[in-house]
Design a protein around this ligand. Structure first.
Ligand SMILES: NC(=O)c1ccc[n+]([C@@H]2O[C@H](COP(=O)([O-])OP(=O)(O)OC[C@H]3O[C@@H](n4cnc5c(N)ncnc54)[C@H](OP(=O)(O)O)[C@@H]3O)[C@@H](O)[C@H]2O)c1
Length: 225
């Protein structure tokens, strides 16, 4: 499988690219600038000699032609970037991991667009694309270290059932991650906003939290309604 990561030159995209490539998938780092994408891909490959990571870099419009596409641009650019690639993204699953946040004094506070979430805003703009929301709560630094195990739940919001299944399968192809269906894109605002809460916890306690919901059955799929 080929995974494209739009804005994959930032810490979140690099971390996801590294973990995904470690599963054996091919990753296309996307960027507005082809040279920056290629340089980022080279840095990732050279950071992990011996792993033969299949990471390459291209412009966002080329990365958007992948089997599955993740939107990892800065949150302010997420909607504009996705909309500019409407043709390339038509018929594809687009996983939005963007969280809107602003610093207010010492605190990070969530920023939610008028439609309630970045993911829902993009879905409204791109009706021919199946938008899902996931990966919001994974700390980039810890996620990028493929030698260190990471244990985390990943909340998935989606309106389209097939896209939700594709996204959960993608998440669970990465060791240590458990995908939990959190509802339709109407829930994505709560999921995006929770990130600011977790960042404030991280700041206060000088840590990097991941999310783990207690009480979920050990075989969640067989209990799904
Ligand atoms: N950092 C984390 O731990 C983390 C965890 C979970 C989710 N997230 C979310 O994941 C996304 C990426 O996070 P990040 O920390 O990697 O962000 P970032 O470094 O601020 O931005 C990522 C990339 O977005 C592109 N970009 C910036 N401004 C743009 C513009 N005006 N138009 C088009 N592209 C633009 C840049 O790529 P080019 O310049 O190469 O085009 C940049 O490298 C964010 O939405 C964030 O909320 C972050």
């Amino acid at each position: 499988m080929q995974v494209g990561i739009l804005g994959g030159t930032g810490p979140a995209g690099r971390a996801l690219a590294t973990r995904v490539a470690a599963t054996g998938a091919t990753v296309v780092i996307g960027s507005r600038d082809e040279a920056r994408a290629a340089e980022t891909a080279r840095e990732i490959r050279e950071s992990w000699p011996g792993y033969a990571l299949g990471v390459i870099g291209m412009r966002n419009d080329k990365a958007a032609l992948s089997d599955l596409v993740v939107l990892a641009t800065a949150f302010e650019a997420a909607s504009e970037t996705a909309t500019s690639l409407a043709e390339e993204l038509s018929g594809r699953v687009l996983v939005s991991m963007a969280n809107g946040m602003n610093r207010v004094g010492k605190e990070l506070q969530p920023v939610l667009p008028a439609r309630g979430s970045i993911a829902a805003t993009i879905q409204a703009a791109l009706p021919a694309t199946k938008v899902t929301a996931a990966f919001h709560h994974l700390p980039a630094r810890e996620f990028s270290d493929i030698v260190a195990a990471i244990e985390s739940d990943v909340l998935v919001c989606a309106d389209d059932e097939e896209a939700a299944l594709t996204t959960t399968a993608f998440i669970e192809s990465i060791p240590g991650l458990r995908a939990l269906r959190a509802g339709s894109l109407a829930m994505a605002g709560a999921v995006e906003a929770l990130t600011a809460v977790l960042v404030n916890v991280n700041i206060r306690y000088r840590c990097h939290t991941t999310l783990r919901l207690m009480g979920v059955p050990s075989d969640p799929r067989s209990h799904e309604s």
